[in-house]
Design a binder for this molecule. Structure first.
Ligand code: GDP
Ligand code: MG
Length: 203
């Protein structure tokens, strides 16, 4: 196992309440599992509002970016945004996300493997369902848009949450799992994915 990339990289995935209600738990797991990544933790839970707030403890850069994007989107529609302050607007989005995440059961998972964060986000697809590309989970199974969500004052229904960086993943895994719940084991299939020496395939 001499590859350069970190094969221990971990990422948190949530099948959000819309994914559970639409029967997409199995489909999401199938796609992630077939990539070659390893499932190392899984549970079903109904998140409390507190837990959802902790999960969406927003970093200021995200708040500014999302708030600005949203204000521009309101204006592009010829509408007046509820506020001109990006941070205040992002706080509104955050509250909607919290309401949404705590509205019913979710499935939380930790996936591990080389470039796990990037691979999971590739399979999951872009954030807004309207523009997430076919072949991804969000592209294939969702039709929602920011416009529809904003108009109805609700979170966009995009089925999956997936960590966006190593820092985010470490923080989020600790919110959903104890260290003991994240298993350390080897899959036989890791040999064909990672091992340099394939002696033993032919005997
Ligand atoms: P993700 O990592 O692809 O889920 O996207 P982000 O981390 O940027 O955002 C977290 C969540 O906030 C997304 O899954 C969306 O539900 C929501 N969100 C992000 N950007 C916007 C936006 O511009 N408008 C609205 N209404 N929701 C957004
Ligand atoms: Mg994110």
């Amino acid at each position: 196992m001499q590859n350069y990339d970190d094969k221990q990289e971990k990422t948190l995935v949530l099948v959000k309440p819309d994914g559970v209600q639409r029967g997409l738990i199995g489909e999401a797991i199938r796609r992630y599992e077939q990539s070659g990544l390893k499932l190392v933790a899984i549970k079903m839970a109904i998140p409390s509002k507190d837990k959802a707030l902790t999960h969406y403890s927003v970093d200021p850069e995200w708040a500014f970016k999302t708030g600005t994007k949203s204000i521009e989107a309101w204006k592009a529609k010829g509408l007046t945004p509820p506020t001109e302050d990006p941070i205040e607007l992002a706080e509104g989005v955050r509250q909607q996300l919290v309401t949404f995440l705590s509205s019913g059961p979710v499935v939380a998972m930790v996936w591990q493997g080389m470039n796990a964060i990037g691979v999971i986000r590739k399979i999951t697809g872009g954030t807004e369902p309207l523009t997430s590309v076919p072949g991804t989970i969000r592209g294939d199974y969702t039709i929602d848009s920011y416009r529809a969500a904003d108009t109805d004052h609700r979170a966009v229904r995009n089925i999956i949450h997936a960590s966006g960086s190593v820092e985010e993943a470490n923080k989020e895994i600790a919110i959903w799992f104890t260290p003991e719940e994240v298993l350390n084991y080897r899959l036989v299939s890791e040999a064909i994915i990672y091992d340099t020496n394939l002696d033993g395939i032919l005997d």
